[in-house]
Design a protein around this ligand. Structure first.
Ligand SMILES: NC(=O)c1ccc[n+]([C@@H]2O[C@H](COP(=O)([O-])OP(=O)(O)OC[C@H]3O[C@@H](n4cnc5c(N)ncnc54)[C@H](O)[C@@H]3O)[C@@H](O)[C@H]2O)c1
Ligand SMILES: [Zn+2]
Length: 357
């Protein structure tokens, strides 16, 4: 698993990645005034020991900033607490922040580091499958504001990202499945062989999972490298998200919250259905794909009376423009097509395809 480099940020993997990070810590030892590790209460307990014991050159005097776990804490108030903690600790422009946690810790920690004293160095160590395959590449950092996700933030690069399977065994099945949906998405939009391997088994050992994570990260990396600012092909990463995100928000509003990946899995089924008419995707594949998804993710009942709310959320999504609701769809497995605007009636039918047929 070769290192990947994007805009000066090195993404390193597995045991070799730990060695690279260890060497990096040694190299910068004299230029770093303080090392601070940001984690949530869960990653503090389950991930920090595994992380620290693998690094000989981690400053033994490192400080810890702990935040409560969960998306509801990904906001400017928690960020302010991080800045206050940094200041209390005496962090200066030569300090290093290591973000050890899922997407919440990495997104918020990256943002906090980029603003503190106009920017200090930071390293991301994503510890959930979702953050490894999705948040590890691309430089997006930020926090939520009110009900709006990631509305305040920056594009900014960590010095290094370490992606390692050592953190995955403690992750609940629910979280594993959440990340797995993004991996399926990577296969469907860009690589038939990746999709075939992912769908060939329901259970992977850690070594196989690490390699599949690498392949997924590589796909996202290739896409982001081609289009860092989401002007064209990066939109393909939204496959499954236009409908998935609206369903995710609707279920949250109606107190039936599911994970992000679960919603994306449902969204992919619906958007595959749209791809039949719009892009000529095989009907047989779409039927088989629906069965596959319903076999691994619990089926969610959505009835016709709920469609108006879901449509309303979709219309207000920040990714959609005055031209209508924008979709990235599939021509075939591994071949995506961007910028499709689909009539609302067809979108509703696609959601009903998931629930009823
Ligand atoms: N920057 C990006 O490009 C990008 C991409 C995708 C998602 N995101 C963001 O990431 C967030 C979602 O990420 P997430 O699913 O990792 O959420 P998360 O950070 O809330 O982690 C999910 C839960 O898993 C726990 N956890 C983390 N690592 C663990 C481990 N190894 N063992 C056991 N428990 C562990 C956490 O404490 C938390 O309770 C969202 O805020 C989303 O906006 C960002
Ligand atoms: Zn996603």
């Amino acid at each position: 698993m070769k290192d990947l480099t994007i805009n000066g940020c090195k993404i390193v993997f597995s045991e070799a990645g730990f060695a690279t990070l260890d060497q990096y810590l040694k190299d910068i030892e004299h230029s770093v005034s303080k090392t601070i590790i940001l984690c949530d209460d869960i990653t503090h307990e389950v991930c920090l020991p595994r992380f620290a014991e693998r690094l000989e050159n981690l400053d033994p005097q490192y400080e810890i900033i702990e935040i409560p776990h969960g998306e509801e804490y990904k906001n400017i108030d928690t960020c302010t607490q991080i800045w206050e903690s940094l200041s209390d600790i005496g962090a200066d422009r030569h300090s290093l922040l290591i973000n050890l946690g899922g997407g919440v810790v990495c997104d918020m920690g990256g943002y906090a580091a980029s603003c503190y004293m106009r920017g200090i160095r930071f390293i991301n160590v994503p510890t959930t499958l979702l953050s490894q395959v999705d948040a590890s590449v691309g430089g997006k950092t930020g926090v939520d504001l009110g009900g709006l996700k990631n509305i305040v933030g920056l594009f900014t690069m960590p010095d290094m990202v370490l992606v390692s399977g050592v953190f995955l065994p403690t992750l609940p099945e629910y979280e594993i499945l959440s990340g797995f949906a993004e991996m399926i998405k990577h296969g469907l939009i860009r690589s038939r062989s990746h999709w075939e391997e992912l769908s060939s088994s329901a259970d992977f050992d850690i070594e196989t999972l690490e390699r599949l994570v690498y392949d997924s990260v590589h796909i996202k990396y290739d896409v982001v490298l081609e289009d860092p600012r989401e002007k064209n092909i990066r939109k393909s990463l939204n496959f499954g998200h236009t409908i998935g995100h609206a369903i995710e928000s609707h279920l949250m509003r109606t107190s039936r919250a599911i994970s992000h990946g679960h919603a994306v899995a449902i969204g992919m089924v619906c958007e595959c259905y749209l791809s039949i008419k719009e892009c000529g995707l095989s009907e047989d594949f779409v039927a088989a794909f629906k069965e596959y998804i319903c076999g691994i993710y619990p089926v969610v009942d959505i009835d016709e009376g709920e469609l108006d709310d879901i449509m309303e959320i979709m219309t207000h999504d920040k990714k959609n423009s005055s031209k209508g609701i924008n979709f990235s769809l599939l021509k075939s497995i591994g071949d995506v097509s961007i910028d499709h605007y689909i009539p609302q009636e067809d979108i509703k039918n696609a959601i009903l395809f998931y629930t009823y047929q």
